[in-house]
Design a protein around this ligand. Structure first.
Ligand code: FAD
Length: 228
């Protein structure tokens, strides 16, 4: 794996996914490829002292470009920085960083995300072997917050080991899918103690699910977390 160092990345493409979420595609000006492990992230230098972390959401086997998905809802320095950027602009990024990566095992993988916590999990879904069962639980608020559903559906169609559940906490009355929070559904999975867990998103979700899993005799070493 590549050692973390400071790179200059050029914005190749920007796609608006929701009212506040954007997918950025970058190529690198100083290296030909970014070797990273699914689940890792880059630290973007916003200015001399301000830095923000964003996970790579693209397939780690396609290394000439990388993608990040950025929610600008917080509207702090990171959000404003990316909202001001256009295709062709260069940014500085320290990468690859992080230890939120998949542990090789034959155990079922249960991936749990809230919001843009889906980002590193998408890289894991793209990269993981297709013979081990893998299920994703993704919690969002409204129908308008959903993105990448076509890609997730295509994955379900291509790979029989993969399934996913979208859970909305504040859907319209017409929503036919799951309602509530990921925390309401995860423990309904069979054989929890036989699975590996990858949790990414807000602090409350991670703390609550970790407690639930430990109470269901899942070992700490089977649970990996990344807090956004
Ligand atoms: C390892 C790691 C990976 C990350 N990967 C991603 C990623 O792939 N995509 C992504 O969008 N973000 C990711 N984040 C979060 C990101 O680094 C920033 O913290 C986030 O974008 C907010 O930055 P900001 O400067 O716009 O707002 P800040 O100045 O950090 O925050 C502004 C205000 O918004 C609140 N706030 C911060 N985050 C959120 C949130 N998610 N929802 C609601 N309110 C919030 C803060 O408490 C504060 O009050 C990651 C964080 C870490 C630690």
């Amino acid at each position: 794996m590549q050692q973390p160092s400071l790179h200059t990345a050029r914005i190749q493409h920007i796609q608006k996914l929701t009212e506040t979420v954007y997918e950025f595609t970058f190529s690198f000006l100083d290296i030909t490829s970014m070797q990273f492990q699914a689940g890792q992230y880059g630290t973007v230098i916003i200015d001399g002292v301000t830095r923000r972390q964003y996970s790579f959401c693209s397939n780690p086997r396609e290394t000439s470009t990388v993608q990040m998905v950025i929610d600008t809802k917080p509207m702090g320095p990171g959000s404003k920085y990316f909202l001001s950027k256009k295709v062709g602009d260069a940014i500085q990024m320290l990468a690859p960083l992080g230890v939120f990566t998949m542990t090789p095992s034959l155990r079922k993988k249960i991936l749990i995300a809230t919001g843009t916590g889906i980002a590193p999990l998408k890289a894991m879904i793209l990269d993981a072997p297709h013979d081990i069962p893998m299920v994703l639980y993704w919690g969002l608020r409204h129908e308008e917050d959903i993105y990448w559903q076509d890609e997730l559906d295509a994955f379900v169609a291509s790979y029989s080991n993969f399934s996913y559940h979208l859970i909305l906490s504040k859907p319209k009355e017409t929503w036919k899918g799951k309602i509530g929070h990921v925390t309401d559904y995860v423990t309904k999975e069979p054989d929890l103690s036989q699975a590996d867990f990858y949790l990414c998103g807000n602090k409350e979700m991670i703390r609550y699910i970790k407690q639930l899993l430990l109470a269901h005799t899942v070992l700490g070493e089977q649970i990996k977390t990344e807090l956004f």
